[in-house]
Design a protein around this ligand. Structure first.
Ligand SMILES: Nc1ncnc2c1ncn2[C@@H]1O[C@H](COP(=O)(O)OP(=O)(O)OP(=O)(O)O)[C@@H](O)[C@H]1O
Length: 301
């Protein structure tokens, strides 16, 4: 029997044409996400991440290739049965309360529960916004709106959750809470497709990462493969002169950061001392962005 994927992109291309130029937002993208898998879609601004999501949601429907959600062509609305989506900046009805919004989600998905109110409150509590359950959305902070939007997605217990930059707008505590909830959802068998242009806490729950650049899926890697690529690389922070072209900008006035392989550390540190700079810290490089740039450098686009 043919395997049924949560998501299957087959050779998908999308161009935006204007009078002056053509942008290839997706170029022959093929990828699959298994049921229960967490797939991180990573790429810089303008890489094609939102376009990919809009294709899944059929907001963009004039593309080449085929997209299937649980085996159903994404052009059909019923492909999105059991699929929930949270955009980067959720636009929830401002005049409603979080509790009303979650109740509406249950109605929209045709979910009837005798304990509907308690069930919704449970999800608002889970996202630490139960105290705001009866205030209007327009009175809530951006971070709390984001939490309500995530609760609104999970209250219907989707089998696939599509998240555009899920942690943007959340403080560190909020990010940890959300990642814990998503990890729980994954343990219960849920699949997630999330986009990110900066990687952070959410990467710990991903099973695989796809790297997109200029509409092209460059590679798909597991966290284990990425960890191997990061091994032996260090992030050096120092104060003083930008002694090396590779330093990635000022962190604060006069502070710099550079990523180096272990073999180059001693020479670099001696050079810092020699020109009067001060070493602030040396830590193993853990940023997925740095791996992304390595992939970019080693992949002909
Ligand atoms: N409606 C549109 N008309 C014309 N060009 C578009 C349109 N939507 C997207 N693009 C272009 O397609 C490319 C991919 O855009 P997309 O929004 O998918 O990138 P992204 O990876 O989501 O970026 P970001 O991280 O900034 O949200 C960009 O060059 C963008 O300018």
């Amino acid at each position: 029997m043919k395997k049924q994927y949560a998501l299957a992109f087959d050779n998908v291309s999308k161009q935006f044409k204007s009078r002056h130029k053509t942008v290839e937002a997706m170029r022959n993208v093929s990828l699959t996400v298994e049921d229960g898998e967490v797939f991180g879609f990573v790429g810089p601004n303008g890489a094609g991440k939102s376009t990919t999501i809009k294709v899944m949601l059929d907001i963009i429907n004039d593309y080449d290739g085929q997209v299937r959600i649980y085996g159903v062509d994404a052009h059909h609305a019923h492909a999105r049965k059991g699929v929930a989506y949270v955009p980067e900046s959720p636009a929830l009805y401002e005049q409603f309360t979080p509790l009303e919004i979650l109740r509406m989600a249950l109605d929209m998905y045709g979910i009837r529960r005798t304990d509907a109110n308690a069930w919704c409150m449970q999800w608002l509590e889970r996202f630490s916004v139960a105290g705001n359950a009866k205030r209007r959305i327009r009175e809530l902070s951006k971070g709390n709106v984001q939490r309500v939007a995530l609760a609104h997605a999970l209250v219907v217990q989707p089998r696939l959750l599509i998240l555009d930059e899920p942690l943007s707008g959340l403080d560190p505590v909020g990010r940890k809470d959300v990642v814990d909830i998503l990890a729980e959802y994954k343990r219960a068998g849920g699949a997630i497709f999330f986009t990110s242009h900066v990687l952070h806490d959410v990467e710990r729950i991903a099973d695989r990462f796809g790297f997109i650049h200029q509409g092209q899926l460059l590679t798909v890697r597991s966290p284990q493969e990425l960890a191997k690529e990061r091994a032996g690389r260090y992030l050096v922070r120092y104060q003083g002169n930008a002694t090396d072209q590779r330093a990635v900008g000022t962190i604060r006035n006069g502070e710099f950061e550079i990523e180096l392989p272990e073999a180059e550390l001693p020479a670099f540190i001696s050079q810092l001392h020699a020109n009067g700079s001060h070493l602030l810290s040396v830590k193993p490089a853990v940023s997925l962005e740095s791996v992304f740039f390595q992939i970019l450098q080693s992949t002909p686009v």
